[in-house]
Each structure stands twice: as structure tokens, then as C-alpha cells.
Design a protein around this ligand. Structure first.
Ligand code: FAD
Ligand code: SIN
Length: 524
């Protein structure tokens, strides 16, 4: 089964849809999503999207905050470009129908989050991502130039490797022709060919046992591109959000937005004492890496699984106006935020690293673009500033669409691309071989490669992950392809990349904290 388009978009979050809508003005687009269009990290974004909107804020302040947070490793040219193009990207979202909250005077209500020196977060109550996704999906579903394939899972991108040629990493002559895609409803694998492909598969949170990411975030794009010999970088910089709701029976963890701390909520220990000032003068609103490490340290010292967030001094009226979703969620598990502390703990949240791309979202593989969380533009450096990721997704996916439409429409695709061949494979007899490996992997990464690392922990993790990788490869050769098997294979590849990058970085910087190396003085 072969299908041909001008543009293939893998992923239906903010990055994928932004690209698809622009590309559809110039050619035929196919957008695939592994479950339904709606299910993605974007849908769960709470706090909002960062951009300079009104004075006294200005680009220089946003640039400075981003650079400080990135701990010296941001690409300043990319930071300046993203921040200066963010207001136009926000305007495009508004033009497409996204509603951001306004105050009584009709001005945008700008929230504050950790590491920001000004109020600059545009938001829609505490469900900004769902609002953006709603508006974008409404447009995409109506667009006659866009074919939507839900429940379609990209297995691997297609390159000269599939024509029997040798491809090598760091040789920039690799070309992408599309992807092999599993229709999860029928079990059939399609060959979807395109003149340009956008990888927009989002995050990697499910590498860890606790994460704010939905189950679809399994690092598929990073793994696919790594296997295709593209360049992946900065994978050691995994951001743990400090305040996920502690509710051990639930996965993923429900996020308690940083904007609540921006509104005055305070972190407290189990005795009800504030503790953040011990770690940073910015207290509960210090950048995320500092707050997450501080909570981790408090939990380890006291031998407890969570600390508290105290929002009791914020009025019911304000909570209901600004944080209705969080209020409702807390009430559903018996926590009344106006009277009770909220138990919180850090959870894996965002991957700063990913597929290395240039300022137009172009990867090291020709005709392959990447945007959103799967990409590494250099904007975040060693740590992402809150609410800069939705901004990054919409700025760079738009740039990628412009570049692809100007440069790829005359590409030709070889005629002799082979169809998927699953001869000799069988259906799995024991799913436990896959599910148990998945659990083991998440435990290894959580115990040895999370907020605080050491050389010994990384070495131990590497040995164990190598074994899971060997076993998974053996299963992959033997079994008919399935979503869960591919996800395990991808999570294993991503774990390996995180461990390898973490082991190579012989210093502690930003989100990568290794007790065996002294913390480099940060720019803050
Ligand atoms: P996603 O929105 O994750 O979309 C990825 C898409 O790819 C999905 O449709 C998925 O199904 C699809 N996909 C994945 N693999 C495959 C495959 N193999 N085949 C086919 N399809 C595939 N950022 C902010 O800036 N502000 C916030 O307030 C904020 N809050 C957040 C709150 C939560 C709980 C979470 C989890 C994240 C938050 N973030 C926030 C981060 C931000 O939401 C994400 O970084 C951003 O939405 C990523 O967008 P994306 O388009 O790159 O990926
Ligand atoms: C949050 O609302 O705290 C998440 C913001 C982000 O991840 O940028």
C-alpha cells in the first residue's frame, strides 16, 4: 500500500498542525497521529505561551531570562530569533481562533512563571494547550488539502538505507522519502511517501516512571531519526516539573501549573515550613531545575514522597477564575485548595534535547524537518524557561513550513521504494515480555538517570538498558510489528541516548546534575 503526498506530517500537536496548515496552502498534506488528533502534550499544557506583549516587557528581558535559564548553553541567535517572532506566531494562533484571557480593560491577562522577570504568559484559564489544540484542529479538519490519518503510527522514516545503500551519521547526504506507517486498526503497514516530511512527535516523558506527559509521548521521533543516522543532541537535559500532583495510583501525573506559584502559592515541607529560600533567593518561583532539585533534596532528607503547595491564602473566587481545572481535579480527590495543602512531587515533563535542526527546522537529513518538543533548536540550552516550548513549537514549525514549501516541491522520490516486509514474523505469545521490559526501563531511568545523577548510577543504568535493548531488538526481529513493541523499542533507544549524553557531560549544568562534578557557576 503506497500513498504519495507533497508533505507528510508526523504528529498532531501544536507543531504538526501549525506546519500542516501553512503547507496546505502550497500542496497536498498528510498528517498522521498515533491515536486521535487531540491526544498530545499540547492538549495538556496549562500555564500558557510566553511572548512579549506590552511594555514594560521587551525582547531584551525575555532574551535575558531565557539565556539565564539555559545556563550558558542556549544558542543566542536562535533565542533572539524565536523571541522576536513569537508575537507574530501568537497573532497567527489568535487569527486561527485561539482565545487568550483578557482583563476587564480588554488587555491580555499576562501571567507570571518561574524564571520570568515580567508577567508575559498568555493563557486560557489553566487549560491553554487544550484551547490552542481546539482551534487548530477545527481548522485542520476543514482543510480540503489535508488528509488526516488517525490511529496511524510511524515506525521508521524511509531513506536510501531502504534502497540497500549504506548511510552514515554525520554524512549530510541522507535523504528522507517519507515513512513506514502502521495502521493500528488493521495491522497493515503503509508506505507513505512525501517530498518533505515533518517530524513533530513531541516528548519523551514516558522514559520515566512518573511523568506529566500523556502515554503517547514515547520519544518516537528522536528514536526514528537516531536509527536513520540523523543527529540528536542535548538529550541529557530532561526537565522535571517540580509540582505534579502526588496521586500514586494515577499515570500520567496531573500537573499543578507553575502559574499557581506565579499567583502566590508557596512550597512547604511536611511541617508546614517554607523551604525554598534555603536554596534560592527567588524562593518558590526560582527556575524549574532549582525548584525540582530542592524538592528532591527535601524529600530524600525527610524520607517522604511529596511536599506541599500552599494556595490557601488565594481566594476561592480567584482560584475559580484562573485555575478552574486544577480546582476541579483537586476536589475530585478530596483536596479543597482553599483549605488544604496540595501534595506535589517532581515528574518528568519536557525534553530540551532532540533532533538537531537549523533555524528553519531542517534536520541533518535532507527533506526531513523537525519542530516542537522533538526538535533541538538551541533555544532552551541546558534548561527550558517556562512556557517557551509552545512558543518554540509555533515559531519554528511555521518557519519549517515556509522553508519546505519554498525548497521541496520540486523534489522527486525514487520509484523503487520497497513495501514493508514482515515475512517470517509471528504474533506475540506473551505480552509480558514487552510490558515488563517497559516497566523495568522506566524504573532504571527513574532511579539512576533522573534529577540527580552520578557516574556510578549512569554506568549501572547503561548496563541494564543495553540488556533491554538487546532483548527488544530480538523481539522486534521475531514479532509482527505493533504499536507497543515499537514504543518499547523507541523508549529504549531514547534511554540509551539520554544515558550516553549524560555520561559524556563531565560537569553539572542546567538540568543535568551529576554529584561527581561540581556545579558550574550559573549566569543568574
Ligand atoms: P505534541 O503536542 O506532544 O504532539 C505530538 C504528536 O505526535 C501527538 O499527536 C502524538 O500522538 C504524535 N505522535 C507521536 N509519536 C508518533 C508516531 N510514532 N506516529 C504517529 N504520531 C505520533 N509548554 C508551554 O510552553 N506552556 C505550558 O503551559 C506547558 N504546559 C505543559 C503541561 C503539561 C502537562 C505537559 C505535558 C506539557 C506542557 N508544556 C507546556 C510543554 C508543551 O505542551 C509541549 O512541549 C508542546 O505542546 C509540544 O508540542 P508538539 O507539537 O511538539 O508535540
Ligand atoms: C506549567 O504550567 O507549569 C507548565 C508550563 C511549561 O511547561 O512551560
Amino acid at each position: 500500500m503506497e500513498e504519495r503526498y507533497d508533505f507528510l506530517v508526523i504528529g498532531s500537536g501544536a507543531a504538526g498542525i501549525t506546519f500542516a496548515l501553512e503547507a496546505a496552502n502550497h500542496g497536498k498534506v498528510c498528517i498522521i497521529s498515533k491515536t486521535n488528533l487531540e491526544e498530545c502534550n499540547t492538549k495538556y499544557a496549562q500555564g500558557g505561551i510566553a511572548a512579549v506583549t506590552y511594555s514594560p516587557d521587551d525582547f531584551e528581558k525575555h532574551v535575558k531570562d531565557t539565556l539565564i535559564c539555559g545556563d550558558g548553553l542556549c544558542n543566542e541567535e536562535i533565542v533572539r530569533l524565536a523571541i522576536s517572532e513569537a508575537p507574530a506566531a501568537i497573532q497567527r494562533l489568535i487569527d486561527l481562533g485561539t482565545n487568550f484571557d483578557k482583563d476587564q480593560n480588554g488587555k491580555y491577562d499576562l501571567a507570571r512563571e518561574g524564571g520570568h522577570s515580567e508577567n508575559r504568559i498568555l493563557h486560557h484559564k489553566d487549560v491553554t494547550g487544550a484551547e490552542i489544540e481546539r482551534a487548530l484542529i477545527a481548522r485542520v479538519r476543514k482543510n480540503p488539502n489535508i488528509t488526516i490519518l488517525e490511529n496511524h503510527f510511524a515506525i521508521d522514516i524511509i531513506t536510501q538505507h531502504h534502497l540497500g545503500m549504506l548511510v552514515k551519521r554525520y554524512y549530510n547526504n541522507i535523504e528522507c522519502y517519507g515513512a513506514y506507517v502502521l495502521d493500528t486498526a488493521t495491522g497493515k503497514v503503509k508506505t507513505i511517501l512525501a517530498k518533505a516530511t515533518l517530524m513533530a512527535t513531541g516528548g519523551t516523558g514516558n522514559v520515566y516512571h512518573t511523568t506529566t506527559n500523556p502515554v503517547v509521548a514515547t520519544g518516537d521521533g528522536v528514536a526514528m531519526v537516531s536509527r536513520a543516522k540523523g543527529i540528536i543532541e542535548d538529550m541529557e537535559f530532561v526537565q522535571f516539573h517540580p509540582t505534579a500532583l502526588y496521586s500514586p495510583s494515577e499515570r500520567p501525573e496531573f500537573l499543578i501549573t507553575e502559574a499557581l506559584r506565579g499567583f502566590g502559592a508557596i512550597l512547604k515541607d511536611q511541617n508546614g515550613n517554607e523551604f525554598m529560600q534555603k536554596y534560592d533567593p527567588r524562593g518558590s518561583l526560582a527556575p524549574r531545575d532549582i525548584v525540582a532539585r530542592a524538592i528532591d533534596s527535601e524529600m530524600k532528607i525527610a524520607g517522604i514522597d511529596y511536599v506541599y503547595l500552599d494556595a490557601r491564602h488565594i481566594s476561592y473566587e480567584q482560584l475559580i477564575i484562573h485555575f478552574p481545572n486544577i480546582y476541579k481535579k483537586c476536589m475530585s480527590i478530596g483536596i479543597d485548595m482553599t483549605k488544604d495543602y496540595i501534595p506535589v512531587a517532581p515528574a518528568a515533563h519536557f525534553s530540551c534535547g532532540g533532533i538537531k535542526v537549523d533555524k528553519n527546522g531542517l534536520s541533518w537529513i535532507k527533506n526531513l524537518y523537525a519542530a516542537g518538543e522533538v526538535a533541538c533548536t538551541g533555544l532552551h540550552g541546558a534548561n527550558r524557561l517556562a512556557s517557551n516550548s509552545l512558543m518554540e513549537a509555533v515559531v519554528f514549525s511555521h518557519r519549517a513550513a515556509i522553508h519546505a514549501t519554498e525548497n521541496c516541491l520540486s523534489n522527486s522520490i525514487p520509484e523503487n521504494i520497497p513495501a514493508w516486509n514482515d515475512e517470517g514474523t509471528t504474533s506475540p505469545e506473551e505480552m509480558v515480555l514487552i510490558t515488563q521490559s517497559m516497566r523495568e526501563l522506566q524504573q532504571i531511568m527513574t532511579n539512576y538517570v533522573a534529577i540527580v545523577r552520578s557516574d556510578l548510577r549512569l554506568q549501572r543504568a547503561e548496563k541494564r538498558v543495553n540488556l533491554i535493548m538487546e532483548e527488544t531488538q530480538a523481539l522486534y526481529k521475531k514479532l509482527k510489528v505493533s504499536r507497543i513493541l515499537c514504543e518499547l523499542r523507541n523508549l529504549t533507544e531514547v534511554s540509551y541516548l539520554i544515558i550516553k549524553s549524560a555520561s559524556q557531560r563531565k560537569t553539572s549544568v542546567g538540568l543535568h546534575y551529576n554529584v561527581d562534578y561540581p556545579k558550574k557557576k550559573s549566569l543568574s
